[in-house]
Design a protein around this ligand. Structure first.
Ligand code: NAD
Length: 433
């Protein structure tokens, strides 16, 4: 099939590459000329395991190309995916200006029947708006479908090639037939539904996962007070098939470009129809508070943070990505700086992106984890990168001024900690604090 993907971010680029990998002819469009140039040279602007190799091999096979010329991409395609960003507005609502702009451009260039598929996460009713915008400009035939994306950064290629399910929301039999054919090589789990339900499935899924995370984080806070171990509690819960083991890892809360903005957007979507989504509002508040557990533990260990040197391991919102959008590390580092601490930060991949997000004077960017920890009064682990898990904790304790570790991700086992001299605080594991 001939496919155009508009937007070459985490979703658009990975989708485009994977559609070409399963034999389609794909042309990816971005209005960022520098990005398109980089992609055409075979370089990937984001860090995503396995993406570059797959992208280059499909470019070489002649199935994948990049352009900033949207008219050219539309004329060469039967299916057009919209995969541009829908970031939060200050109100929490999704900013739909990028999606609307693309709809207007499609309307201006469409010259024959197309299937327009929205992959971006958009509030209920947005696909109807896309249809209206295109129809107001063009009288060419087209169908609209909502096919929300569920990939996870860090395993985006794997998730896209082996999705749990594909949701196809449309009222057109013709579009259903084509989109089933396109996605069937990826999974048998094709959920065919109406557009509004498809739009809602995406928000409901993310809100539910965020709820699981805030739930286990609240349980971890109680575990600390009653002397239970949240990792064992989560294990004991997770074997129950009705609950499931995933997303029950206590820590410093969720971050990234999806859960924070999508939970806020769903609260707004509910509010627009006079529904007060109390549960989700609490999930968001719990998540925000959880970030500051790291600070409370630091203060418990050190007293005032003024003039103290704090090492930070991990800036990305999760491992295997360079994405720092709404990473807990942003709030934590800002708070440390406001409290007068001197920060020594290290991340294997995300430092360059992080430096654009925070503007604090009292921070140095270190080359490796031990360099960051050297001479520090305390160390905070904020992202569970694999390279941190293998560090010799005895050596670490020796190079720190005070061997205090706040492990926000429960990265280390009791054995590892007990064999070292660390004064160790983790999340919901009181035996280990
Ligand atoms: P992103 O910000 O990484 O990428 C968006 C891209 O669109 C950018 O490269 C930008 O230059 C381009 N763009 C913007 N306007 C354009 C236009 N008019 N023409 C052409 N290109 C344009 O965004 P992302 O993280 O890939 O997310 C895209 C959407 O997918 C969002 O709605 C997001 O919520 C959703 N989503 C994201 C993830 C994720 O893990 N990142 C997962 C599932 C769903």
């Amino acid at each position: 099939m001939n496919i155009a993907v508009i937007g070459t971010g985490y979703v658009g680029l990975v989708s485009g590459v994977c559609f070409s990998e399963i034999g389609n002819q794909v042309i990816c469009v971005d209005n960022n000329g520098a990005k398109v140039e980089m992609l055409n040279e075979g370089n990937v602007p984001i860090y995503e395991p396995g993406l570059k190799e797959l992208m280059v091999s499909n470019m070489q096979a002649g199935r994948l190309s990049f352009t900033s010329n949207i008219a050219e991409a539309i004329s060469q395609s039967d299916i057009i995916f919209i995969a541009v960003g829908t970031p939060s507005l200050p109100s929490g609502e999704a900013n739909l200006s990028y999606v609307e702009q693309v709809a207007i451009e499609i309307g201006s260039h469409i010259e024959s029947y197309k299937i327009i598929v929205t992959k971006s996460t958009v509030p209920v009713g947005t696909n109807d708006r896309v249809r209206e915008l295109i129809s107001s400009i063009s009288s060419q035939p087209f169908d609209v479908a909502s096919v929300p994306e569920f990939l996870r950064e860090g395993s985006a290629v794997k998730d896209t090639l082996n999705p749990d399910r594909i949701v196809i929301g449309t009222n057109s039999d013709r579009a259903i037939k084509t989109l089933k054919k396109l996605h069937r090589p990826l999974t048998e789990n094709l959920i065919i539904t109406d557009i509004r339900s498809a739009e809602m499935i995406k928000y409901a899924s993310n809100a539910f996962l965020a709820t699981k995370i805030s739930f286990i984080n609240e349980i971890s806070n109680i575990c600390e007070k009653v002397g239970a171990d949240v990792t064992r509690v989560a294990e004991g819960m997770g074997y129950d098939k009705r609950i499931g083991a995933s997303f029950l890892k206590a820590g410093i809360g969720y971050g990234g470009s999806c859960f924070p903005k999508d939970t806020q957007a769903l609260i707004q979507i509910a509010g627009m129809v006079d529904y007060d989504f109390r549960l989700l509002k609490s999930v968001v508040q719990v998540n925000q508070d959880q970030r500051f557990q790291v600070i409370h533990k630091l203060e418990e260990a050190l007293g005032s943070l003024k003039g103290k040197t704090i090492a930070v391991w991990g800036l990305a919102f999760k491992p295997d990505t360079d994405d720092v959008r709404d990473a807990p590390a942003i709030d934590i580092i800002q708070h440390l700086s406001d409290a007068g601490a001197v920060i020594k930060a290290y991340d294997p991949i995300a430092t360059a992106n992080f430096r654009k997000e925070v503007d604090v004077a009292s921070i140095s960017w270190e080359e490796n984890p031990l360099q960051a920890a050297e001479g520090a009064d305390a160390l905070c682990v904020l992202t569970e990168w694999k390279e941190f898990a293998h560090i010799d904790l005895t050596e670490l304790a020796e190079i720190m001024k005070d061997p205090i570790m706040i492990d926000g991700r429960n990265l280390y086992s009791a054995e590892q900690v007990q064999a070292s001299n660390l004064q160790y605080y983790s999340v919901g594991r009181p035996g280990l604090t």
